[in-house]
Every structure is written in C-alpha cells, then in structure tokens.
Design a protein around this ligand. Structure first.
Ligand SMILES: Nc1ncnc2c1ncn2[C@@H]1O[C@H](COP(=O)(O)OP(=O)(O)OP(=O)(O)O)[C@@H](O)[C@H]1O
Ligand SMILES: [Mg+2]
Length: 298
C-alpha cells in the first residue's frame, strides 16, 4: 500500500515540478485540460500500473510457494508411508533377534525365528524395491516382451487370490511383442489385476484380453466390481490416492508409470457398482522375444 501512495505522490510532484519549470522558463500557459490530463491523471495511471505489477508479482510468488509446498508434501507423504511400511518388518526382526540373543531357545525355535526374520527383511526389501525404483530416473534394461506369455504368468500368480474370492478368471490373449522390462511389466499388471480382484469382494468375473493390432498391442482388464466414480477415475494413478483401509495408493501410480515408460497410454471406463474396464495401448515391436518364453505361452 505504501508503494502505491509513493508512486502517486512522486508522479504528482514530478508533474508539478515540470510544469513549474515550463512556466518559468518558457512562460507555458497552464490551462484546465492541461491540469486534468497532465497533472491529475498521470499519478493515478502510475498508481494503477504499480498496483498491477505488484499483484502479478505476488501471484507469481504465491504460485512458486505453492509448488514448493506441494513438492515438500509429496516427499513427506512418501517418506511417511514408506517408513510406516518398513517399520513393521523391522520391529518384527528386532524382536526376534532380541529373543535369539537370550540364547536359551531350542534349536527348532531358533531356526523358525531366523526364518521369520529373514522373511520380514525380504518384505522390507520388496517394499523398497517396488516403491522406490521409480525415484530413480534411469529405467532397467529393456527387451522384447511377448504380452501373452507374460500376462499368462501374471494370471497364474493371481489365480489363488481370485479363487479365494470366488472370482472367475477368463482370458483371451493374442501374441504381440512390446519393448519393456519384464519385471516392470509383471509388476504393472499384477498391481492392476490385484485392484480388479479387490474390487470384487463378493465374487465376479475378471477378464483379461490382449489384442494384436499390428502397430500396437491393446490389453484390456475388465471386472464387474464396485466400480469408480468420475472423481476416482480422475485420481487414478495419483500417489497415495486409495479408498482402501490398508491401501498404500501406490499400486496404480507404479502401474501407470510403467505403462508410460513403455510409451503406452491408458483409459478407464467405469460405472459405480457395475465394474471397471481398463484399456492399455502399448506400441508394438517387430523384434522377437526370447524363444523359450514364446513356446512356454502355448
Ligand atoms: N478395478 C478397480 N475397480 C474399482 N476401483 C479401483 C480399481 N482399480 C483401482 N481402483 C481405485 O483406485 C484406488 C487406487 O488404487 P491403487 O492400486 O493405487 O491403491 P490401492 O489398491 O488402494 O492400494 P494398494 O495398491 O497399495 O493395495 C483404489 O483405492 C480404488 O479406489
Ligand atoms: Mg492396488
């Protein structure tokens, strides 16, 4: 506010001073329009210009601040959820090591404790691997992947989980080659299929299809589960967005990042209480995947 008043005042003084000099030196005739247009108006125009500049500058500062805050928030959320996920296994391992330290346990118990401790450490390691790989910019080595083979493998992994929830799994998989990292590819579809299964707590049908369209391979995952609202569809893939009690909200983000890394795109069609269909389009490659893999697809 001080700046505005100053600009008004200074411009006014300058105008008066110039007129004063003009009157003395050149006997300048001071008329009414002159007073209005050259003495009264400029200070207000100047004040308005200063006001505009200040407002814009402030808005810019506010935006930069907001962006910084958002970044900080993401980092702290990430740190919080990862430390939360890792703390449990660490607590377990610590407890068992303390028990082992007493040295008065039967041999079998000792072995069991060591095994549990190792399993928990592996879990912690897996959490770090799954969630922190994407903090690094450089992707792992890529190779030609036959989508049918790899999707088949992922389907095998999730079948026990599907059966537990009385979910019928069907698939129609055409062969097609995309370029990517096999582990990432599996991770991506594991996350997505897990979401579909979790969306059908009372059973349903999960259908996975792969279609070879020449220039691209189109993979669809359909479930007739709880579905998503428009808002949920919009937020799909956003870190820490989860509607589940124990969800990390990182599964979809990781999947989306992997799809994008492979140069692919994705769309969601969903209706609440009807189901969800996820369509993933990946650019096809003419390269051949390792033959052993291809024959395994059958
Ligand atoms: N097939 C689906 N049907 C209905 N909702 C879904 C589906 N897939 C994802 N969602 C919604 O998107 C949210 C985010 O999914 P995401 O996989 O990132 O996290 P999550 O499944 O909640 O947690 P986590 O993957 O760690 O178990 C889910 O909480 C759910 O609300
Ligand atoms: Mg999930």
């Amino acid at each position: 506010f001080g700046k505005l008043f100053m600009s008004l005042w200074l411009t006014f003084l300058l105008a008066v001073l110039t007129t004063f000099v003009a009157v003395i030196v050149a006997d300048f005739p001071v008329t009414k329009p002159y007073i209005v247009y050259f003495i009264m108006m400029p200070p207000f125009v100047m004040m308005f210009a200063v006001y505009l500049m200040e407002t814009l500058h402030e808005a810019q500062l506010a935006r930069a601040e907001l962006m910084k805050m958002e970044k900080m928030q993401i980092v702290s959320q990430m740190a919080a959820s990862i430390s939360h996920e890792i703390r449990n296994p660490l607590t377990v391992v610590k407890g068992f090591i303390q028990l082992l330290q007493t040295g008065r346990l039967p041999r079998e118990t000792e072995e069991r404790y060591i095994r549990i401790a190792l399993e928990e450490l592996e879990r912690a390691e897996a959490i770090i691997r799954d969630y922190l790989t994407f903090a690094k910019p450089a992707p792992k080595e890529t190779e030609p992947i036959d989508v049918a083979t790899q999707l088949q493998k992922v389907l095998q992994m999730i079948t026990p989980m599907a059966h537990m929830h009385s979910i019928h799994v069907s698939s129609s998989l055409e062969h097609g080659v995309v370029i990517g990292n096999v582990q990432y590819f599996q991770q991506c579809f594991l996350n997505l299929l897990k979401n579909s299964i979790e969306a059908m707590p009372n059973g349903g049908t999960l259908h996975v299809a792969a279609e070879n369209r020449g220039a691209s391979v189109v993979i669809t995952i359909s479930d007739n589960g709880v579905g998503m609202t428009k808002e949920q569809v919009r937020r799909f893939g956003e870190p820490y967005f989860s509607t589940k009690e124990k969800g990390t909200g990182l599964g979809a983000m990781v999947a989306v990042k992997i799809i994008e890394q492979m140069g692919g795109t994705w769309t969601i069609e969903s209706a609440v209480q009807k189901g969800t269909t996820l369509t993933i389009t990946l650019p096809a490659s003419r390269l051949r995947p390792p033959t052993a893999e291809q024959s395994a697809a059958g």
